[in-house]
Design a protein around this ligand. Structure first.
Ligand SMILES: [Zn+2]
Length: 381
């Protein structure tokens, strides 16, 4: 059996299907941009900024985890900053042999300098395409709507709320989600890099089914859908994502385990297994937000034993201080994965992308022989 080392994991072709742009910047870049735009940050050097942003020992909840994004969002308000952040994220991923990354971000959070909505999408796409030209990486973009808007996160949301004072905050979030979905569907006709839609933000108290209309626009645009669910709320949240939002994948799904029941009963757990709905697993982030106590306690092992389709992702490379390689190292250590299990897990990632069928087939035919050669040498045909 081939020993599974960090070097081997680094070398293997991989995917990252759940990665937030605003949580995955380089510290140096945040400082550079702050200097360039004369923005005051709560820290002015890498060490202090790292202490503020990086979740070393975890936090109390998902809501606490999301607070640090206020800092990165301060500097991500121009086309140039968005292009640079997207390029550097894809560059970082390419350097650890991620062959395909789906980057996600919420355009509404980048409107504080009144950058036109379309320009926000285009800047991120431009950065991703620049990286594709330079490195051996393919990229896709997922557009996020937000479940709610804290007052200081989106000036546009705040202004709308102040002017349309009869609207409640949840109504405003739904309105902006529908608008974001409509623009996503329209721009996806022009930019094939846009592959899907998601909803992010605090889960508890902001049910996915309230955003039904936004997802209808995405379905009508024939795009793919993933939904953050089952991270800070139980299986009901996952069920809503599938039933009301037509989710083709689930972001996290950590608490799907609570729906596990004896085989052959018709349950949500069985539904995921039967329909091969992928779960985007982010173990480091789950430990930090308190969804699980430790990597060893993560339900991933049970999911894999039950043959659910899971794919290993970073969530936030900076905030969680991780890479896809790091995530695989932790998982292989905690669960003592065999080479066969690792092979299958990496392949699941490539099978779960939102790429068009032909592109998916192409990339799979490229990586399968490499993975087989590295992980299953005796079993080569
Ligand atoms: Zn996420």
């Amino acid at each position: 059996m081939v020993p599974i080392t960090r070097d081997l994991l680094l070398k293997l072709p991989k995917t990252d299907l759940h990665c937030h742009l605003d949580g995955s910047m380089r510290l140096r870049t945040i400082l550079d941009l702050a200097e360039q735009y004369k923005i005051r940050l709560p820290a002015d050097n890498e060490d202090d900024l790292r202490n503020l942003i990086v979740m070393k020992d975890g936090c109390a909840s998902l809501v606490d985890y999301l607070k640090v994004f206020d800092v990165t969002l301060l500097v991500l308000q121009t086309d140039e900053a968005l292009e640079r952040a997207a390029f550097e994220l894809a560059e970082d991923a390419a350097r650890e042999n991620v062959r395909y990354i789906e980057v996600r971000f919420a355009p509404i959070l980048h409107t504080n300098s009144l950058l036109p909505f379309e320009k926000i999408f285009e800047s991120v796409i431009a950065g991703l395409i620049r990286a594709e030209k330079r490195y051996k990486i393919k990229t896709g973009l997922l557009i996020c709507a937000m479940r709610n808007f804290p007052a200081d996160q989106s000036h546009i949301a705040r202004r709308l709320h102040d002017r349309l004072y009869t609207l409640t905050e949840p109504e405003l979030s739904r309105l902006l989600a529908v608008h974001t979905a409509k623009v996503t569907a329209i721009l996806s006709q022009k930019y094939p890099t846009i592959v899907g839609f998601d909803i992010a933000g605090p889960e508890d108290g902001y049910p996915a089914k309230d955003f039904y209309e936004a997802f209808q626009n995405i379905i009508n645009g024939h795009l793919s859908i993933t939904v953050h669910a089952g991270e800070a709320y139980g299986p009901d949240s996952i069920e809503q994502a599938v039933k009301y939002c037509h989710a083709h994948r689930i972001g996290h799904g950590t608490r799907l385990i609570e729906a596990k029941a004896p085989d052959r009963l018709h349950t949500l757990y069985g539904y995921f297994k039967d329909k091969r709905i992928p779960l985007e697993i982010c173990v480091t982030s789950n430990v930090q937000t308190g969804s699980v106590r430790s990597v060893a306690d993560h339900p991933l092992k049970v999911y894999l034993e039950d043959k659910l389709r899971c794919t290993i992702c970073t969530d936030n490379r900076l905030v969680s201080e991780t890479t896809v390689t790091d995530e695989y190292v932790k998982i292989c250590d905690a669960f003592h994965l065999s080479c066969e299990e690792l092979y299958k897990l990496i392949i699941y990632g490539f099978e779960s992308t939102f790429l068009p069928y032909q592109d998916k087939e192409e990339i799979l035919s490229e990586v399968e022989p490499i993975l087989a050669r590295e992980l299953l040498p005796g079993k080569l045909l």
